[in-house]
Design a protein around this ligand. Structure first.
Ligand SMILES: CC(C)(COP(=O)(O)OP(=O)(O)OC[C@H]1O[C@@H](n2cnc3c(N)ncnc32)[C@H](O)[C@@H]1OP(=O)(O)O)[C@@H](O)C(=O)NCCC(=O)NCCS
Length: 151
């Protein structure tokens, strides 16, 4: 796990194509690099980038904006590893609440988020395209899961 660089973008874009029907563009990812309110991390295995995650924040609120692991490397803890890293960064930055949207039918992602104690707080009708589907909005109150005085 490490911060993404411009050199990672080709593989990040390939992961996007493998994971999403409406992948983010190079311009979008490029614009996130080096921003001080964005955490953009990649997961590297054997010298190859196989996953990425993006979280951004405004004051006490953050959004988990992207999380993806290539199909060949799923089910090995990579998604959870990425998510935990992004949540730790959020807590470090003083974020109190993290939000995300997830396709209603995306059981794998919803289980992952529920395991991390995200709870459904709303719904955005027809939020996704290709295919059209509602988004479930989930939120995590970091104050309830992060020990302010570890150890
Ligand atoms: C969601 C995603 C990132 C998970 O990545 P992953 O590396 O397979 O996840 P992990 O191996 O860390 O699994 C973590 C947890 O996710 C859940 N999970 C993962 N795959 C699952 C599946 N096929 N069915 C049900 N739950 C699943 C489980 O709760 C699992 O916990 P467990 O290992 O204790 O059972 C991956 O499936 C992915 O990239 N999907 C396509 C893109 C996507 O949907 N991103 C999320 C957008 S909101």
């Amino acid at each position: 796990m490490r911060p993404a660089t411009r050199q990672d973008l080709e593989q990040v874009l390939e992961t996007e194509r493998l994971c999403f029907s409406t992948p983010w563009s190079r311009t979008t990812f490029d614009g996130l690099l080096g921003r001080d309110t964005v955490c953009f991390k990649v997961l590297e295995v054997g010298g190859k980038v196989v996953g990425h995650g993006v979280l951004w924040w405004v004051g006490p609120e953050a959004e988990l904006a992207n999380l993806a692991v290539v199909p060949s490397h799923r089910g090995r803890g990579g998604g959870a590893f990425l998510l935990d890293d992004l949540l730790a960064e959020a807590a470090f930055r003083g974020v109190e609440r993290v939000f995300l949207e997830v396709r209603e039918s995306n059981g794998a992602a919803r289980s992952l988020y529920e395991n991390r104690e995200f709870v459904p707080v709303g719904r955005r009708p027809r939020y996704y395209q290709k295919p059209t589907e509602d988004a479930v909005v989930m939120a995590l109150d970091l104050a309830t899961v992060v020990d302010p005085e570890p150890g």
